[in-house]
Ligand binder design. Structure first.
Ligand code: ADP
Length: 524
């Protein structure tokens, strides 16, 4: 293809000669231009968007050696093998290699033969490696999975923080960060943490129009999972669970209803885990039940459904995990089954982890919960979370736009009841307490505070507490209520005050009718 920029002309030539492709995908040409021009950059492209070529092509076009930083040894090996078989001199250094192998690689680097060197950050950052690399002409650094540098991303790795020294130690080399998932906050953090200089930030389109999103409250979860799997008999799918124990239980429960599914989580021994993964990839088994540990670096294009049997801990995670469905571009189903308890589960897990990050991590959990209980088009909600516009009126590919949510008949009146209860409680109580007052619970604290004498006490006494809780969450996600402060006390937003005066409109949904379950057998 004729192009004005001679460097890009070279890039097209390489793309064709080495890979046999004749077009760049969206944003690849821009990303390649930045790398060739030596301008720092951050490239955010969804999984499958073609990030690797954005640095592999320039590594061949530019003089000197490119260094690629990647967290996963298996991924590095795949890339180096693929490059080598395409006739590109690429190498990797890792801890499994012998001293002899390392010596040979160092020699090939010194002689200027190697175009691309792959390394994990902890190896790159040893003073020995850094000292060695300063003696070699380095063209640029490509940092893969760059969200790992951010506390706010979904996979923070402390060793990534050290990559900041690259700009200091190699002032002439440009640094290029790549990631599949980054909210604006994470994006800013990557630029900051890596010390990128006036970077060009390129963000690809995050919408996955072929994914059909459905989010439903847990209601006979096993049956809900079974329904989805049965709609996809003979097709590949992943069931994600929050904990290892849930993985085991779910796989076993599916077995009892005649669905063969293999478990995958970090607690299994390496051999079993590897074997289960292979069985799934080679389609010896259709369904894999897994924790988030499953999927990184797995390139299986025909996954037809992803079920979340519990809520993921952030929208970033959800995007990444649901994004493993339908990579071939054909329709795929993403079904998320959530319950109020999921937020508490995450809270408990996070409390036992690295506390320094707790508030941010809980913020991500709550954003995910708001997405679940929200009634806005799922495509629009996800895409706008990643800072992008979504201007499709009806996506025809989510439960909201497909009209599958059962809505409440007179939502404004229902919302008014809830909002006025929050006002009567002087905006000093959280969700759980407000639910108790509205449903008329005879809680000791309510009685001793005299809240049983409020006009809104027991105003929704006929409704299940879970439904009232969900409506409050829906009012939060539609910006009529907000959580304030450390205790998440409920307060009205300006829209909420308007709605109390019947100005504005709101959508509230009913929980799904309870799935029919055999009471005689084992449940869940
Ligand atoms: P990512 O890292 O963004 O998930 P990859 O770099 O693994 O994506 O690319 C996904 C697939 O798309 C690979 O098989 C790759 O060879 C292919 N690909 C990338 N760019 C192009 C292109 N311009 N034309 C055709 N195929 C491409």
């Amino acid at each position: 293809m004729p192009v004005a920029n001679p460097d890009l002309q070279n890039a097209y030539e390489v793309l064709d000669r080495v890979w046999g492709y004749d077009e760049f995908r969206p944003l690849q040409a821009e990303a390649v231009s930045d790398v060739i021009a030596g301008r720092d950059s951050l490239v955010v492209l969804p999984t499958g968007g073609g990030k690797s070529l954005c640095y592999q092509v320039p590594a061949i076009v530019r003089e000197g050696m490119a260094v690629v930083v990647s967290p996963l040894i298996s991924l590095m090996k795949d890339q180096v093998d693929a490059l080598t078989s395409n006739g590109v001199a690429a190498a990797l250094v890792n801890s499994t290699q012998s001293d002899d192998q390392k010596r040979v690689t160092a020699q090939r680097i010194r002689s200027g033969e190697i175009r691309m060197l792959y390394m994990a950050p902890e190896r790159l950052l040893t003073s020995r490696t850094l000292d060695f690399l300063t003696t070699v002409p380095i063209s640029f650094f490509a940092i893969d999975e760059a969200h790992c540098v951010s506390n706010w991303g979904h996979d923070f790795r402390p060793e990534y923080r050290g990559l900041r020294v690259l700009k200091q130690r190699f002032p002439d080399a440009s640094v290029h960060a790549f990631t599949a998932t980054a909210s604006e906050r994470v994006r800013d953090d990557i630029v900051e943490q890596l010390g990128l200089k006036s970077p060009n930030v390129l963000v690809g389109n995050f919408d996955r129009p072929n994914l059909r999103y459905r989010m439903m409250q847990s209601n006979g979860k096993l049956q809900q999972i079974q329904t989805v799997i049965e709609q996809h008999r003979g097709e590949s799918g992943i069931v994600y669970c929050i904990t290892r124990k849930e993985v085991e239980q779910t796989a076993a429960a599916l077995e009892t209803i005649g669905i063969t599914a293999l478990p995958y989580h970090a607690g299994l021994d390496d051999v079993t885990r590897q074997a289960n993964q292979e069985a799934f990839i080679q389609e010896k088994v259709d369904v894999i039940v897994a924790t988030v540990a499953f999927g990184m670096g797995i390139d299986k294009s025909n996954v037809r459904f992803v079920i979340h049997a519990g809520m993921p801990k952030s929208i970033e995670h959800y995007q990444q995990e649901s994004g493993r469905a339908g990579r071939d571009g054909l329709t795929a189903d993403c079904v998320l089954i959530y319950s109020g308890g999921d937020v508490m589960t995450w809270k408990r897990i996070l409390e036992n982890g690295d506390r320094s990050n707790f508030d941010d991590a809980m913020g991500s959990v709550n954003a995910m919960a708001d997405l679940c209980s929200g009634v806005r088009c799922r495509h629009a909600a996800i895409v706008s979370y990643f800072g992008q516009e979504y201007d499709v009126d009806n996506c025809n590919a989510c439960d909201v736009c497909l009209g599958e949510l059962e809505t409440v008949d007179d939502p404004v009146t229902l919302a008014q009841k809830i909002l006025s209860c929050v006002v009567r409680l002087q905006e000093r109580f959280g969700v759980a307490y407000t639910v108790k007052v509205l449903t008329g619970a005879k809680d000791q604290k309510i009685l001793s505070s005299g809240h049983d004498r409020l006009s809104t006490y027991s105003l929704l006494g006929d409704e299940p507490a879970a439904a009232v809780k969900m409506w409050i969450e829906q009012l939060i996600s539609q910006d009529y209520l907000r959580r304030v402060g450390e205790y998440g006390t409920l307060a009205l937003t300006p829209n909420g005050r308007d709605l109390l005066k019947r100005i504005g409109s709101v959508t509230l949904t009913r929980p799904p009718a309870r799935a029919v379950r055999s009471r005689a057998g084992n449940s869940g």
